[in-house]
Write a protein that binds this ligand. Structure first.
Ligand code: FE
Ligand code: FE
Length: 218
């Protein structure tokens, strides 16, 4: 294969990864919306999208391996492909967490929410932006953006701590809220983990561009 067609395959690999990423972004949005609006149909949609993500991951994984096997790329080209390979693993884990959130929606069903959800959707929006920035940083190999998006993780962690504190107060005041409050704590936890996976993507981009490993979430 000549260089041009290698670049084409690499370009189409990046496009596939971005497409997978935007589905995950949608899944996060939909899963948290489904919880907020108690929309069980929307939650079911998220479960369907998760299957789509699983097969997309497999498909992209094959593309990566085929590219390595047929091109024997080295240096930066190899780092590009391995970054992609690892990013899809992060995306797949994020999709699993979105599925977990949608399952909480289904579990709560029509029962009254113990409180209007404010902080959880705020965490979700911030995390969606992190994911979008992480993918942009990958697409453009922009390490400034990667560093910057990783900083947002502190804010997500901060809101998460607040969510836990608030839900604990509800539980202590009214034991009847314990079961739902626990489920909502899990949702907070899932979003927090999704944001951590977004920072993993940022770290992979930094490694891809600089060749240096950095830990940006602690
Ligand atoms: Fe999965
Ligand atoms: Fe975190």
């Amino acid at each position: 294969m000549i260089r041009q067609s290698f670049d084409d395959s690499l370009g189409s690999l990046v496009q596939d990864i971005l497409r997978m990423g935007s589905i995950v972004e949608n899944m996060l949005d939909n899963s948290v919306e489904s919880l907020k609006l108690q929309d069980l149909k929307l939650a079911q949609e998220v479960l369907k999208m998760e299957n789509e993500i699983d097969s997309l991951e497999q498909e992209i994984e094959h593309k990566c391996l085929r590219l390595i096997a047929t091109q024997q790329p080295f240096a930066k080209d190899l780092r590009r492909i391995t970054a992609g390979f690892k990013i899809i693993t992060d995306l797949e884990r994020m999709a699993d967490y979105c599925e977990d959130i949608a399952k909480v929606t289904l579990r709560i069903g029509a029962e009254d929410l113990i409180k209007p959800l404010i902080d959880i959707p705020r965490m979700s929006l911030l995390t969606q932006r992190m994911l979008k920035d992480a993918l942009d940083s990958f697409a453009y190999e922009n390490i400034e953006l990667a560093y910057q998006m990783c900083k947002d993780d502190d804010e997500v962690d901060h809101i998460y701590a607040q969510v836990i504190r608030e839900l604990l107060t509800y539980m202590m005041e009214n034991p009847k809220t314990i079961s739902q409050a626990t489920s909502l704590m899990f949702v907070g936890r899932y979003i927090e983990r999704i944001a951590d996976h977004a920072t993993n993507i940022g770290e992979r981009v930094i490694f891809l561009v600089t060749g240096i490993k950095k830990e940006l979430n602690d």
